[in-house]
Ligand binder design. Structure first.
Ligand SMILES: Cc1ncc(COP(=O)(O)O)c(C=O)c1O
Length: 410
């Protein structure tokens, strides 16, 4: 009997990052020293106060299901955070706490999308956005950007694309951005928000990297532009990146009541609530851990400065200075072009950036994420959630690998 696989499951492509990370994992297991620039999580430990609160929650037997949307005490803290950091007034009824920001986005998309709706996504983009959009039978519409505009879309571009579509439903905006590190400024957000309001397009604003921002840049939530924009925006955030809590699984969404109430209903049938212990711990993160965040941010900034300077010293590698998050996206197009010229074999379906990344991991034991994972093949992504020592050594290997790739037939 043929195994019945749904059209939805068939549509989800394997992540192009998987081959490289599978090779890296296997090499590590074989005792090979691999420098991994592929990781998407802070390399720091969760701050002590957060861990202590979790242990206390277990000892207090705070271990049962909670309200689907999250305990009131936590949602009150999130509301206070949204007011303090983002100048947003949000009732706790309009906040949904989910098992990670990834789940928050998924439940929001399930709430707002009908089949064939179009969801606008600036490219390069975080890979899960497009897969999640496909999982709700909607269509991702990518808006291309380039290093010339610091990988940011413009309102004009958005207007042009929107007017060419039949069912534009929402824009997913991610600032600070994974993978480019770009940060949108207030004026840019005002212009983008105006286009969205004019065409009735919701904004899903993923602000998960809000606290990791450099060079005096300021994070502005697009929802804070005006009360009308606030009513048109679902803000997504969480504790994973800022508080080094990726494994604890807690994110949240805040937005218009009618959307949030329905998203909570969907979550109630999909996952019930977030782990009760994590909820207690997250209150401490939001309330008491700004000093810990600041320490991590400063360390990230030092690593970023070193990484970008050194990347730009490698012949024909160009890298914009990212203003936020913990990623850098150097262009390696020269090396890819050169390889393409030499290679007479027809392309095998694996993109050039995937093949270059495979060459680097196999021969130089350095793992980077191929740009094609984010919709742009000319680049690779580095995560600087890595020690200075690793960054220094990894850069040496990367430079040597690129140089060697010019002579190799990959
Ligand atoms: C842009 C972006 N949004 C959301 C997430 C998901 O975070 P969480 O761990 O809260 O699910 C990630 C994680 O990599 C991310 O890069």
């Amino acid at each position: 009997m043929a195994i019945p696989i749904s059209h939805r499951a068939k549509a989800i492509k394997p992540s192009p990052t998987l081959t490289v990370s599978a090779i890296a994992t296997q090499m590590k297991a074989d005792g090979i020293d691999v420098i991994n620039f592929g990781v998407g999580e802070p390399d720091f430990n969760t701050p002590e106060a957060i861990k202590k609160r979790a242990i206390a929650a277990i000892e207090e037997n705070f271990t049962r299901y909670t309200k689907t949307s999250g305990i009131n005490e936590l949602r009150e803290e999130i509301a206070a955070k949204l007011k303090r950091d983002n100048n947003l007034n949000c009732a706790i009824e309009d906040i949904l706490v989910s098992p990670g920001a990834k789940a928050s986005i998924m439940f929001v998309l399930m709430t707002i999308c009908d089949p064939r709706d179009e969801i606008l996504i600036p490219s390069p983009y975080w890979v899960s956005y497009s897969s999640q959009v496909e999982m709700v039978d909607a269509h991702p519409i990518f808006i291309p950007t380039s290093s010339r505009t610091n990988f940011k879309i413009t309102a004009k571009q958005l207007e042009e694309i929107v007017t060419s579509l039949s069912n534009p439903k929402a824009l997913i905006l991610n600032s600070p951005n994974n993978p480019t590190g770009c940060v949108y400024h207030k004026k840019e957000l005002e212009e983008i928000a105006a286009v969205c309001l004019k065409h009735d397009i919701l904004v899903i604003s993923d602000e998960i990297y809000e606290k990791l921002i450099y060079d005096g840049e300021q994070h502005i939530s697009i929802a804070s532009i005006s009360p009308e924009v606030r009513e048109n925006t679902i803000v997504i955030n969480g504790v994973s990146k800022a508080y080094a809590m990726t494994g604890w699984r807690l994110g949240y969404a805040a937005g218009p009541s009618n959307i949030m109430q329905r998203a909570a209903r969907i979550q109630s049938h999909a996952t019930s609530c977030v782990n009760s212990i994590t909820q207690k711990a997250a209150i401490v993160a939001l309330k008491e851990c700004e000093k810990d965040v600041e320490k991590m941010r400063q360390t990230f900034q030092k690593r970023r400065d070193f990484l970008i300077e050194e990347l730009n010293k490698i012949p024909r590698v160009f890298c914009n200075k990212p203003k936020g998050a913990f990623y850098a996206m150097p262009s390696v197009s020269y090396y890819l072009m050169n390889f393409q010229k030499k290679n007479n074999n027809p392309l095998t379906g694996r993109s050039l950036s995937v093949r270059l990344s495979e060459f680097l991991i196999k021969n130089y034991h350095v793992a980077v994420v191929p740009g094609s994972a984010f919709g742009v093949d000319d680049y690779v992504r580095f995560s600087y959630a890595n020690s200075m020592e690793n960054i220094r050594e990894g850069l040496k290997r990367f430079a040597a690998g690129l140089e060697a790739s010019l002579k190799e037939k990959l």
